[in-house]
Write a protein that binds this ligand. Structure first.
Ligand code: NAI
Length: 359
């Protein structure tokens, strides 16, 4: 599609919401509901412009469609952004106005946490709409999704090791972890328990030092971590880590981590492949959080053992992607898109054997 709406290409619905009283300015993007009503987190950031916010939400909501499709979840792709500083602009009134905005979509979009939003914020949103997941356990939610994302990423790293070295064990391997926040620090603990050698970096120096002390990891400067000579580079901070500049500085055999949108351009996946570096598509390896919060939507509500079992299968999902990449001679990123597209195509075209009351 060309013209003024080109950026919306492929999206089902995009809602711009504002409430002057509370200062709310948000964008909710629903990319696809082919597999079910959309589910995806709310990111709150002081974006420099509404264009930046729009670009971010459109990219993130599209990725949610593929993430759910590959993970085998029956949710569609959606995401939302609130334009504002989470430290200073987030108030009860703003979150409740935002809850009403979500409610206006009648369940076509369910929200969860993302950068700048926390389980307690979800509890506030739930006072206005039932369409939010990831509240604290005391509020009947499944809590911090970073636990499941870290576990899934760890399982993913083992699948990568198996693909690259024929053995999933990470003991003795050197892993460079960028970002030790909710996901990264838990991942470092999993790695340390298995006997991996770990280097960590975080722009928050205290956080990096704390994590290193707990796990006997070595601390590296944030601007050097991607270039550490290691077996696996694991991005767990923000996106756009593999760029035209950094790709030549990588000194690893695998790039695999939880950060969303790791490649600044999709075709950098081809360049990684040409350089002999195995890349785990971010939305495949980081699906643990989505699997956890999507479980809250199942009849009877959240069941941790069921969610954990599904998270542990992220390794199998990656093996499927790697096999297709070999068979069809394409990058792992393209292979993941093909796995997602084929499932969406197959399931959304099921039109027979309907029962009354099910549309
Ligand atoms: P977080 O905000 O708790 O942690 C991110 C950490 O990265 C912070 O400690 C921050 O100081 C650090 N950081 C920021 N820029 C950095 C840089 N340039 N170099 C080194 N460190 C830097 O976020 P969380 O929840 O741990 O998420 C990490 C990544 O994983 C994000 O990209 C997020 O979108 C993604 N993700 C998280 C999920 C979850 O369940 N929490 C689910 C799926 C993806």
């Amino acid at each position: 599609m060309r013209g003024p709406f080109a950026a919306f290409n492929g999206h089902e619905q995009v809602l711009y919401g504002a409430d002057d009283e509370s200062g709310l300015r948000c964008i909710i993007a629903i990319h696809s509901t082919a597999l079910g009503p959309a589910l995806g987190g709310t990111r709150m950031l002081p974006y420099e412009s509404e264009e930046d916010a729009l670009e971010d939400v459109l990219r993130l909501s599209e990725a949610m469609t593929y993430k759910a499709a590959v993970a085998g979840i029956d949710t569609g792709g959606g995401k939302a952004v609130i334009i504002g500083d989470p430290e200073t602009d987030k108030t009860e009134a703003l979150l409740r106005a935002y809850g009403r905005m979500i409610g206006s979509l009648g369940g076509r979009y369910t929200t969860a946490c993302d950068v700048g939003t926390y389980p307690d914020d979800i509890a506030t949103i739930l006072r206005e709409t039932p369409h939010a997941v990831g509240a604290p356990p005391e509020e009947h939610g499944s809590g911090d999704s970073g636990v499941s994302t870290a576990l899934g990423t760890y399982e993913g790293l083992r699948a990568c090791a198996e693909e690259r070295w024929g053995d999933p064990r990470l003991g003795g391997k050197h892993v460079a972890v960028q970002g030790v926040g909710k996901v990264g620090h838990r991942l470092v603990h999993h790695l340390a328990e298995e006997g991996a050698r770990v280097s960590v970096a975080d722009v928050d120096e205290d956080r990096a030092a704390r994590c290193a002390e707990e796990t006997r990891a070595e601390v590296v400067a944030p601007d050097k971590i991607h270039a550490v000579d290691c077996d696996i580079f694991s991005p767990n901070a923000l996106g756009e880590v593999v760029t035209d500049r950094t790709i030549g500085e990588l000194s690893c055999e695998i790039v695999a981590g939880a950060a969303n949108n790791q490649l600044s351009r999709a075709d950098l996946a081809d360049e990684l492949r040409a350089a002999g570096i195995l890349y785990a598509p971010d939305y495949v390896i980081n699906a643990g959080g989505l699997i956890q919060v999507a479980d809250e939507l199942r009849p009877g509500g959240y069941q941790e053992p069921r969610a954990r079992r599904r998270v542990a299968r992220i390794g199998d999902r990656l093996r499927e992607v790697f096999a297709l990449s070999r068979q069809e001679d394409v990058s792992t990123e393209e292979a993941a898109h093909r796995v997602a597209g084929r499932r969406i195509h197959a399931i959304s075209r099921l039109t027979t054997l309907r029962l009354p009351g099910r549309d």
